[in-house]
Design a protein around this ligand. Structure first.
Ligand code: UT7
Length: 399
């Protein structure tokens, strides 16, 4: 016998809103700039290689915690929406490089904002976390579980970077962005999304010595990265194009209906490939990868904020946001923007002043990683020598 279902009249109906509008937006970039020339001072790379292979010129390095950047971005987004923290009922913190796992990062932002007693949660799908957080927020608003949500995409990859590895050290930067999402009866906000993950390729991007699998094995300053750039590149293009076609099909729209494409900013060549495969003209594609590199979960959200600031999002615009990240997760979000493209207000909140250069901020971590690499090399040389000695001995002495 199937379990009996509650009758329709057993529970009061909880009505959600028809749409989940984005009413506020804000970003926070730490001031310390790490240029290609700075990177070339400590790893074997140069501006020419980085620019031609990635489009990146510089990236930011945070002198504060990830949640500090998120807090400032949140205050700016709230001001843009004409709201205060007391108007929120949920915070979603999207990140894979938050300051702590226990307690949650969302709870720190909540505490800093003084938003007492509301719900908050962390969400990690790596670089796509901010957009997956937007999906969760919009869905909860539509089911009536939440009314007004602060969605954050914030990252501090500098804190788990292997600064001795040129394959990854040049690619990432720190930053944060926030959106205010609230119920609306106007046709706007996230209209549909396509989400997925190539889990069979999860080892293409892995950070070792970060997570409970490594507990007690190694100090976490000594991370090492598995990074198959070409595999990620190919799957990123495939996943973002597939997701974009899926979401357009869901909405019965065509590529010509896209006003602005704001893709994940991991590599200008990936952005070009996605734009070309979709058939979106280059003048509709927003690019800021040269300024910040790949800021993981913060990337698309900061790009969206800058597209609005630069007048590239018009009232009622159709915006497509494809992204990908470790996992390998992928997505494409279709947003119908509202009528307002100007913030209702501005916050004067700022990060504390930074007295160090980017090179000075990363120096202790780089030094620890170099020492670790030297000691690993020394012990490997010792093992090789012992093996060599053994090999030089007559076989009867080894028996
Ligand atoms: O959000 C997810 C994050 N992941 C990504 O965004 C990764 C996507 N992949 C990529 O963006 C590209 O694959 C990379 C930018 C990572 C690499 O570009 P590529 O054109 O695929 O280069 P490659 O891997 O084929 O490397 C070519 C050469 C190699 O040298 P050899 O073996 O040909 O002698 C690398 O060792 O370039 C070398 N190389 C560098 N040289 C100077 C790798 N990194 C650097 C560097 N500076 N920083």
């Amino acid at each position: 016998m199937p379990p009996s279902q509650p009758s329709n009249s057993s529970f009061p109906a909880i009505n959600g809103a028809r749409y989940a509008a984005i009413t506020g937006w804000g970003k926070c970039l730490p001031p310390a700039v790490l240029s290609n020339a700075d990177l070339a001072t400590f790893i074997d790379t140069d501006d020419d290689w980085i620019t031609s292979r990635t489009g990146m010129k510089e990236r930011r390095v945070a002198h504060v915690q990830c949640t500090d950047m998120a807090h400032i971005a949140a205050l700016r987004a709230l001001a843009a929406a004409g709201r205060t923290a007391q108007d929120l009922d949920l915070i979603i913190f999207g990140s894979c490089t938050g300051d702590t796992v226990v307690p949650t990062c969302a709870s720190r932002v909540q505490d800093l904002l003084g938003a007492k007693g509301i719900a908050s949660l962390d969400l990690n799908t790596a670089c796509t976390s901010g957009l997956y957080a937007l999906s969760v927020a919009s869905s909860m608003i539509k089911t009536g579980s939440a009314k007004r949500v602060l969605v954050i995409g914030a990252e501090k990859p500098s804190a788990l970077m292997d600064w001795t590895n040129r394959n990854v050290a040049v690619l990432f930067g720190d930053g944060a962005a926030a959106l205010i999402v609230e119920g609306s009866e106007q046709e706007q906000g996230l209209m549909a999304e396509s989400l997925g993950c190539y889990a069979e390729a999860r080892d293409s991007l892995a950070v070792h010595n970060y997570g409970t699998a490594y507990t007690n094995m190694c100090p976490t300053s000594i991370t090492s990265w598995d990074f198959d750039g070409q595999d990620i590149f190919k799957r990123a293009v495939k996943g973002m194009v597939k997701a974009s076609h899926d979401v357009l099909n869901k909405l019965n729209l065509g590529v010509e209906d896209i006003d602005t494409l704001v893709p994940h900013q991991a590599n200008s060549r990936i952005i070009d490939a996605v734009g070309k495969k979709l058939g979106v003209p280059a003048d509709k594609v927003f690019v800021n990868v040269e300024r910040y590199g790949n800021m993981s979960a913060a990337t698309v959200m900061i790009a969206l904020c800058e597209a609005i600031e630069e007048g590239k999002v018009k009232p009622g615009a159709n915006i497509l946001l494809p992204a990908f990240g470790a996992g390998l997760t992928w997505n494409s979000h279709f947003i119908r923007w509202g009528e307002r493209v100007e913030p209702l207000g501005y916050s004067d909140a700022e990060l504390p002043a930074c007295k160090k250069t980017a090179l000075e901020i990363i120096a202790p971590r780089l030094e620890a990683q170099r020492k670790h690499a030297q000691s690993e090399q020394a012990s490997s040389d010792k093992t090789d020598n012992q093996q060599q000695n053994k090999n030089n001995k007559p076989v009867e002495e080894l028996a």
